[in-house]
Unconditional design. Structure first.
Length: 198
């Protein structure tokens, strides 16, 4: 079976939302491989003494055990266009290391990113959850491929509201934002709706 991955933001040499990542990894290991032990990521991730205060990405590859921990610099991707792509059979309930399905769609998209449409409903882009502003609220699809760590926090804080969203809803929104564990809401650029391609 394929390995899974946790992607953790390091800012100012601190692991961001580490308990939420630990909880997801524990749940994934339990559900996929029947593991009952708890791995405390804060105890196995070592911040290098020469790491700068800039933002870094920590990638933890695991299944029953942790196979690899990598820390690398992070820069926010520039998104100029996002193409809607239909895939009714994709399953990304777990954060799989294998992203070949996304890569195959991306290769055909001729765009900076893709927004997956599954069984008629908007889900996520290839690397982030998404939200749309209707002039009053930020709405995020209630049908995400992966209910990300940051998405859960934003919902809990009342910043986002879940809604079943379809492609036909897009003309009614004013703007969009992409966000994930590496991209905090405060740093998420506001995108005009003109970026979306059909």
């Amino acid at each position: 079976m394929n390995a899974c991955i946790e992607t953790i933001r390091i800012a100012n040499r601190q692991l961001d939302h580490i308990q939420a990542h630990e909880a997801r990894m524990h749940r994934t290991r339990s559900e996929l491989w029947g593991c009952t032990d708890f791995i405390a990521l804060k105890d196995v991730i070592t911040i290098p003494p020469d790491l700068s205060n800039d933002t870094h990405k920590c990638r933890v590859i695991y299944d029953v055990i942790i196979h690899q921990i990598m820390i690398e610099p992070y820069t926010i991707r520039t998104i100029r266009n996002i193409r809607l792509v239909t895939d009714d059979t994709i399953d990304y309930r777990y954060k799989w290391l294998d992203r070949s399905r996304f890569a195959a769609h991306q290769a055909l998209a001729d765009a900076d990113d893709i927004l997956l449409v599954t069984r008629g409903y908007l889900t996520d882009t290839s690397y982030a959850n998404i939200a749309f502003f209707d002039g009053n609220r930020w709405l995020t699809p209630s049908t995400p491929l992966l209910s990300g760590v940051r998405r859960q926090r934003l919902l809990h804080a009342g910043i986002l509201t879940e809604a079943p969203l379809q492609p036909s809803d897009l003309p009614y929104f004013q703007s969009a934002r992409l966000f994930n564990a590496m991209l905090p809401w405060s740093e998420s650029p506001i995108l005009p709706m003109s970026v979306f391609l059909w």
